[in-house]
Design a protein around this ligand. Structure first.
Ligand SMILES: NC(=O)c1ccc[n+]([C@@H]2O[C@H](COP(=O)([O-])OP(=O)(O)OC[C@H]3O[C@@H](n4cnc5c(N)ncnc54)[C@H](OP(=O)(O)O)[C@@H]3O)[C@@H](O)[C@H]2O)c1
Length: 230
C-alpha cells in the first residue's frame, strides 16, 4: 500500500451548493466561530493545499492566526507552521500574493512538467517548484507530500481540487460548512464538479458529526476506514 497523508477536505458552501459567487470579491460563507474552528484544524495539520485558482481569486494567507492554536500545533514546533501547497498546470501565479508573501512557512508548488521551467523562473525566490508530472495527479502529490514528512494534510479547495481528491478516493474526512443563504449565480463555483465519486446512493458516506456554529452548520463525514486515526 502506498503511503499518503491523512487527508481532511474542508469547504464552506451556500444552501444551493456554491463555494463562491461570480463577483471579484471573496464570498464570506463562514462566521467567527467557524473561522476559529478552521484555524484550529489548520494548526493540527502539517500542510494546507489549495488550487491555483483559489490562490488567484481569494489570495488566502493560509496561516494559523490564534497564538493558542499555534502553541498547540505540531507543525509550528517543527517547521514554523503548516507548509503551504498549491498545484498548477500553467504556473500563472503571482509571487506577490499572500500565499507566497505571508508567513515564513515553506511553500510548495506542484507544477505540470511542461510549465516547470517558466514557473521556477517566476517563483524561485518564494517557493519550491516541484515537477508534478503531466498531468499532475493528486495521488502523486499526496505521496510526495508524505515522503516530505506530511502526515496530516488539509485541502481547502477550490472545486477543481476538491473534486479530484474525492473522485480519486484520496480523502479520509470531509468538513462541509453550510451557510444560511443562496447564491443563485451561475458564474459561481459549486462545491464539486461532476465525476465518479466513491460515494453514491448505493454507498453512502458516514455522517460522523453535526455541529451548529452560530448561523452555520458543520457536517463532518468519514470517507475512509482511517477516519479518526490521527
Ligand atoms: N467556500 C470555500 O470553502 C472555498 C474554498 C476555496 C476556494 N473557494 C472558491 O473556489 C473557487 C476556485 O475554485 P476552482 O475550482 O476554480 O479552482 P481551484 O480548485 O482552487 O484551482 C484550480 C486550478 O488549480 C490548478 N490545478 C487543479 N488541479 C490540477 C491538476 N491536476 N494539475 C495541474 N493543475 C491543477 C489549475 O491551475 P492553473 O490554472 O494555474 O493551471 C487549475 O486551474 C474560487 O471562486 C474560490 O473563491 C471557495
Amino acid at each position: 500500500m502506498v503511503d499518503r497523508p491523512y487527508t481532511v477536505l474542508s469547504a464552506g458552501m451556500s444552501l444551493d451548493g456554491y463555494l463562491d459567487d461570480g463577483s471579484d470579491e471573496r464570498l464570506i460563507l463562514s462566521n467567527d466561530a467557524d473561522l476559529d474552528r478552521v484555524d484550529a484544524v489548520r494548526a493540527s495539520c502539517d500542510a494546507i493545499l489549495v488550487g491555483a485558482g483559489t490562490v488567484r481569486k481569494d489570495n488566502p494567507r493560509l496561516l494559523v492566526r490564534d497564538p493558542a492554536h499555534l502553541e498547540a500545533s505540531p507543525a509550528h514546533r517543527r517547521t514554523g507552521g503548516p507548509v503551504k501547497v498549491t498545484v498548477t498546470a500553467h504556473g500563472d501565479l503571482d509571487p506577490c500574493t499572500a500565499f507566497f508573501s505571508a508567513g515564513d512557512t515553506d511553500k510548495l508548488v506542484y507544477c505540470a512538467s511542461p510549465a516547470v521551467a517558466t514557473t521556477r523562473h517566476r517563483l524561485h525566490a518564494v517557493a519550491q517548484v516541484v515537477d508534478g508530472g503531466d498531468p499532475v495527479r493528486m495521488a502523486r502529490v499526496s505521496e510526495d507530500l508524505h515522503r516530505r514528512g506530511v502526515r496530516r494534510l488539509l485541502v481547502e479547495g477550490g472545486a477543481t481540487v476538491l473534486t479530484q481528491f474525492l473522485t480519486e478516493d484520496l480523502a479520509d474526512e470531509l468538513h462541509l460548512v453550510v451557510a444560511p443563504f443562496f447564491v443563485g449565480d451561475p458564474r459561481g463555483r459549486r462545491f464539486v464538479d461532476d465525476g465518479p465519486f466513491p460515494f453514491d446512493s448505493g454507498r453512502r458516506a458516514r455522517l460522523a458529526d453535526v455541529t451548529r456554529l452560530g448561523d452555520v452548520v458543520l457536517l463532518r463525514y468519514a470517507l475512509s476506514d482511517r477516519f479518526g486515526a490521527t
